[in-house]
Design a protein around this ligand. Sequence first.
Ligand code: GAL
Length: 735
Amino acid sequence: MRTEILWNNDWLFSPAQLPFDAPDSAFEAVTLPHTNKLFPHHNFDNAEYQFISTYRKRFSLPEPRNGRRVFVDFEGAMLVSTVYLNGKQVGVNAGGYTPFSFDVTDYLNDGENVLTVHLDSTERADVPPFGYVVDYLTFGGIYRDVHLRYVEAVSISNAHIKPQNVLTPSPVVELDVYLVNSGAQPATLELHAEIYNAQAEPDAPAFTYNSISVNIDAKSSSKVTLLLACSQPQLWTLANPALYALRLQLHAADGTLVDAPAERRFGFREAYFADDGFYLNGERVQLRGLNRHQTYPYIGAAAPARLQQQDADILKYELGCNIVRTSHYPQSHYFLDRCDEIGLLVFEEIPGWQHIGDNDWQAISLRDVRAMITRDWNHPSIIVWGVRINESWDNDEFYTRTNALAHELDPTRQTTGVRFFIESSFLEDVFSFNDFSNGIAEPKHTPHLVTEYNGHMFPTKTFDGEERKIEHARRHAHVQNMAYGNPRVSGAIGWCAFDYNTHKEFGSGDRICYHGVMDIFRLPKWAAAVYASQQDPTERVVLETATLWTMGDRAEGGNDPLMVLSNVEEIDVWFGEQHLGRFLPDHETYPHLPHPPFKVTGLGMMMMWGQAFGTLRVEGFIGGEKVIEQQISSDGVPRELRVSADFDTLYADGADMTPVKVRFTDEFGNVLPYAMQPVTFELEGDAAELIGENPLLPPGGQAVVYLKATHTRGTVTLTAKTARFEPLRVTVEVI
Ligand code: GAL
């Protein structure tokens, strides 16, 4: 029988390439996911994580082998891993974004074993995405999970679950199961497949099942196909993303259970790009989304499951997106699993950025196509594969191969590839275009999807002046409005969700690309509310007034006109106790947006330079009823420091983390972006450590530090001290 063990604990790490006989004292103890270096949130040089490091793990097999093969499975390590067991090389993997696995059976000792990884985190020109500069950072480290896996000579290596005819009353799941026989004998086995409703109790009866007898030759692999008839499954939709789970069992002729891998989830949905847009389950869905890089402040890409899941939640619930593009590489399965669970569509693509390397480089890229698709083909959230290097020039020979491989591996999904010139040859099923025209160019080919806009055209910081931040929001609203207005455009995915650390060739001088609608800490700029306010108000009522409500931030002073980003029907605007008027959404400027911003004018007389100045109140109405209100102080004095942990309970696994948000606000909770006052933290308890700058100067009046669980259970208290406020405490339980 198979055993799979999460193998993230008890690693040793050195930021140097150490020989096998280096003493353990030359290393520090670490837990995965791990970054090879911690950083401040900006102002650092990416050369500082570009080195060869050594990871070491001493172990005895946690259970006897009993004739089974033993594998070490890496979900992701940046960038080239050379893996040794007991001083002998077992394999090399080049590439930081896709999983790799080594059969270590023949290298194992009876007693203690030593696994070593020499991890080259330099920007090696022979490995995608490198060969030229890229606009993001590829932080080093074994930054995703590792597993130890035992399997019998014959085992299940993968399964591709392909629901067919899902819009009929009786869909069928066509199931391809991949088997491996590493043994010297042919084998005859019985393969049993059961499908469950993933939300049902664990012992609920199967939704459907089927069995097949399989013969597999010695030293070979094979694919067997089963059909499972399904009656009226619940569809996977954006509002109700019903998930089903496949359980597989492989039995020997005598009935012994040979393999039972972890269940795989999937959904019944039909996703298709047509000339007139994208269809989910037969209904046209206008795609409205943002790009996501997988990097975070301080920790690079080494974010645990909880933070990965939270990013998906932010995109769906806080930003109201229905699609995310995993720019520019396959991302954590925790992120994708969460997209499946909450109904957030995904565009996933192979690693790369503008540059195409030589034949060997292209071979790695083809390997990436395979690794991405065979890892992720069961995610219902993924609707299209990106099989071109983002924004490269045409290379029809290469892209004919990436495209054909994707179709061969996964005939159920369309392919695409992102380009920056509209004359590019169209080899895939969907033409994806980064449209930096500050509008929406007329499609040359359909289906047409806009995969980037804005970004470097208008970088905007949380601490920029009001006019720039309003213009940033306006541009996002404008492009979305145009995308909604052109039925030949399937949708538009903006650049980007979150600010990110980058190379000096890009970015704002502190090596951040301030291209996000949220900052690097995942805290909003006003442009975030452009997206959030396109949600149906039954999901969430949004009202964000894009103003600092000061007399002197704009050129020539005042606040006229005001932009209010909201999905209510009407707003009332009050200046102190004075009613300025009732306003409707600006359908004239944004005729196609589901919820256009409001333009509030007529403030002129109240906003004379140096005149008495009071609180702004904006009230939102739906069906004549007041549903939301925002008040903004005219004081310009921080009245509160808000410190809050997003999660008050963590797991004591040495990896789990919660963001702790720090915000200087007015008395109504509005962040004051110029309140950049030092915050000093003190941590009591050994159940967590503080990750982040300390003291912290919150840029834009808002920032995040993290609490990261150790392996010790208990309570930790983080105290935030400032010159102005009483110390504030947050408590987190580590269980
Ligand atoms: C695009 C590129 C993105 C990002 C963006 C900035 O050209 O694909 O990765 O650099 O520009 O606007």
